[in-house]
Structure formats: structure tokens, C-alpha cells
Design a protein around this ligand. Structure first.
Ligand SMILES: *Cc1c(COP(=O)(O)O)cnc(C)c1O
Length: 400
């Protein structure tokens, strides 16, 4: 595999100092199989034909690129919204699950394993398993099962078996451990990871499936303004898959500035945060070397964010490298700032964003842009799922 870019993965699965594959020995054959075959399969004509057909007819792509006129006027710059919220299931996650389910089929796997925190990735996985008629087991911490009941119900309706994990802190990292244990015991199962995290080759594989986002942005911008690159691309980062997809075709285009937005929670130094680049140190999380929030003796620190999808104690190795090299600028946005930004977008453009997405919009208040600047903000998902967080905030506003 030739390396086309100093920001992309190398032939050993590394992005600079980050990445690699730190896994139990019993998983080597599984990972090796993927590493050997994922590019050959996903670059084959028959795969691309099927992938593109499903993205078009099932997901509803291309997703529109919308010029947000009132928001642009307010911030005196040119703001375009990439509408991943209009995808089937309401977010970008399905781009990846479609890609991986086709890969699983090509590898002749009959059973799909996934883990989920908030349940969004679990729903996207259960969706494509229903579509393909494949067995689906989703591991989820017992605490998350209780607090994300609507998504648990969706997964069950879609035919997935949801396994509540009772070990450890009963959240995402415990669910991950169980999913990996299952994979070790079932070599004919496929482990479907939901973000640009995990051992190589997952971060690169997921980024490639999400890269359709920036591929479309390029021709859509060309159509609208006669040039294919924006001055800025802004996206929120949990593990980093929607940002990786939105950045992918611009990373070597240095005149496009990349802005990644993490969840600051109640404040970077409040002890209740998910601002990985601000606080993180190098460590091994979920099978790869990256930046993560950990104690001095290497225990994972429980993250906090109002948005379930950004509530993750690390970031993927691609983003750690973009941070390390200064290629992308990282911001932390608090719960409160995200709520404010969500309400503003709703009022100005009639679009209710996911709480995760709202973090990206909050950057508009933190940074000065020029009137000629063309800014693309990735609208990673829609906000219907977050009304229980939005309503009390709106009511408080009305009483002030
Ligand atoms: C899961 C999720 C995210 C965070 O995941 P990434 O892998 O960082 O993209 C962001 N937005 C929405 C709507 C999500 O569902």
C-alpha cells in the first residue's frame, strides 16, 4: 500500500505516533484477515457498485450542501451545511455500517457483533443487519441500557439481541471488552466498529467509508461557488468518524483549515469533560495507541458530555495525529455553549441538530471569520433524539 499523504495511515497502521494494533494474541488472525483484505475488497468494482447503490437508494445520498443564509449574515461569512442529518436513521453513522456490512458479507461472515454507548451505532448496525438478514448482537453497558431506552427498543424492533453488560463501570468500555471477548470466541463473526477507533485497520476503514462526505462536498461546492475547497471545515469529534469523513479529501489541501470540536462538558477543568486533546496523554485505548483521558497510573477517566455521542474518553489515531502535527485546530465546547448553538441554528435555519452536532456550531462564537470565508459545517445528525435535553433549556430561557 503506497502512502499518499503524511496525514493518512502508513502500511503498519500508524498515523505518526498513533494507531497500530494492540490486541490480545487470539485476535491476531481476525485482524490479519481484515488487514489483508479490506482494501482489495472495498476498492473492487462490484463492492463500489453495491456500496454506491445503497448509499443512493437506501441512505438517500448525496446529502445536500445547504447555504445557510441567515446564519451567514449573523456571523458575516459564507456558511454551508453538509446535511448528514437527512440520511436514513438520521446521522452519518449509517455510511460506515453500510460499508462494513458489505465487507462482512464479502468475507462470508454470518453474525455481526457491535458495542454501543448511546445506542446510535447499535441502531445503525441493527438497521443494516435487518437489511441484509444477518444475526446481530449488540453489547451495551447496563447503565446505558437504562438511560438510552428508546435506542434499545429500536435495536430490538430491528431484530438485534441487546446484551446488557454488568461488569466494571457498566458503560461503553465494559461493553467493548465483552464484544472483543465474543469475537475471540466466534471467529466466524464480524466485529463492526462505529467510529475511527479500534485496532488497525478499523480507523482507516471507517474513515474511507465516511469519506463520501468530503467527496460530495468537493463537487457540491464546485457546483455552487466554482471551486472545490472551502476555507474551513468544522466538525464535532467523539471518536472522530464524521470529522474524518468531512476532512478526508481536504487533509492534503493545506489552504483548507480543519477545525475539530470536542465536548468540554461542564468545563475542561471541571472534572466532568470529554476534552481529550486538552487533557489527554498518549495511551492505549480500544486496541490502538492514541490520546486518551487517563489517570497517572493509566486508568481510563470516565468522560462527561451532555451529548451521549461525544461522551468518549479518547479520540481516534487519525485525529491525534492531526492534533500532534497542528494540521487541525481543536476546540472544546461546553454543554451550555452547545445548547445555545443548537437553539440558534434552530431559530435561524429551521434545523434542529443533534447535541453532538451543536458543538461544531458553537465554534462560530469562538473564532473570527472574514466575510469572504467559505465555511462548511458538518451536520452529523438530527436532534429529535435530544429533545429531552433541549426542552428544559428552552423553558429556562423563557423564564429569564
Ligand atoms: C455518534 C455521533 C457522533 C460522534 O461520533 P464520531 O465518530 O465522532 O462522528 C457525532 N454526531 C452524531 C449525530 C452521532 O450520532
Amino acid at each position: 500500500m503506497k502512502r499518499a499523504s503524511k496525514y493518512q495511515v502508513d502500511e503498519h497502521g500508524f498515523y505518526g505516533r498513533f494507531g497500530g494494533s494492540y490486541i490480545p494474541e487470539m485476535l491476531y488472525p481476525h485482524i490479519e484477515e481484515l488487514q489483508q483484505k479490506y482494501i482489495e475488497i472495498s476498492e473492487s468494482e462490484s463492492f463500489k457498485k453495491e456500496f454506491n447503490k445503497l448509499l443512493k437508494d437506501y441512505v438517500g445520498r448525496p446529502s445536500p450542501l445547504f447555504f445557510a443564509e441567515r446564519l451567514s449574515n449573523k456571523y458575516a461569512c459564507q456558511i454551508y451545511l453538509k446535511r448528514e442529518d437527512l440520511n436514513h436513521t438520521g446521522a452519518h453513522k449509517v455510511n460506515n455500517t453500510i460499508g462494513q456490512i458489505l465487507l462482512a458479507k464479502a468475507l462470508n461472515k454470518k453474525r455481526i457483533i457491535a458495542e454501543t454507548g448511546a445506542g446510535q451505532h447499535g441502531v445503525a448496525t441493527a438497521t443494516v443487519c435487518a437489511l441484509m438478514g444477518l444475526e446481530c448482537v449488540v453489547y451495551m453497558g447496563e447503565k446505558d441500557v437504562a438511560r438510552q431506552a428508546p435506542n434499545v427498543n429500536r435495536m430490538r424492533m430491528l431484530g438485534a439481541r441487546v446484551e446488557a453488560v454488568r461488569s466494571g463501570s457498566k458503560t461503553l468500555k465494559d461493553a467493548t471488552n465483552e464484544a472483543i471477548r465474543d469475537w475471540i470466541n466466534h471467529p466466524d463473526s464480524y466485529y463492526l466498529i462505529g467510529s475511527v477507533v479500534g485496532p488497525a485497520p478499523y480507523p482507516d476503514m471507517v474513515a474511507r467509508f465516511q469519506a463520501v462526505i468530503s467527496e460530495e462536498i468537493k463537487w457540491q461546492l464546485e457546483e455552487k461557488i466554482g471551486r472545490h475547497h472551502p476555507d474551513y471545515v468544522i466538525a464535532c469529534v467523539g471518536g472522530g468518524s464524521n470529522a474524518a469523513g468531512a476532512f478526508y479529501h481536504f487533509v492534503d489541501q493545506e489552504e483548507t483549515q480543519l477545525i475539530a470540536v470536542e465536548a468540554g462538558g461542564e468545563g475542561v477543568h471541571s472534572g466532568k469533560t470529554a476534552a481529550t486533546t486538552a487533557l489527554g496523554t498518549i495511551g492505549i485505548l480500544h486496541g490502538s495507541k492514541s490520546l486518551m483521558m487517563q489517570t497517572a497510573d493509566g486508568q481510563v477517566v470516565e468522560p462527561h458530555s451532555i451529548s451521549a455521542g461525544l461522551d468518549y474518553p479518547g479520540i481516534g489515531p487519525f485525529h491525534a495525529h492531526l492534533y500532534d502535527t497542528g494540521r487541525a485546530e481543536f476546540h472544546a465546547v461546553t454543554d451550555q455553549e452547545a445548547l445555545e448553538a443548537a437553539l440558534e441554528l434552530t431559530k435561524l435555519e429551521g434545523i434542529i441538530p443533534a447535541l453532538e452536532t451543536a458543538h461544531a456550531f458553537a465554534v462560530l462564537k469562538k473564532k473570527a471569520f472574514l466575510p469572504k470565508d467559505v465555511i462548511v459545517i458538518n451536520v452529523s445528525g438530527r436532534g429529535d433524539k435530544d429533545l429531552a435535553s433541549y426542552i428544559p433549556y428552552i423553558q429556562n430561557q423563557e423564564h429569564e
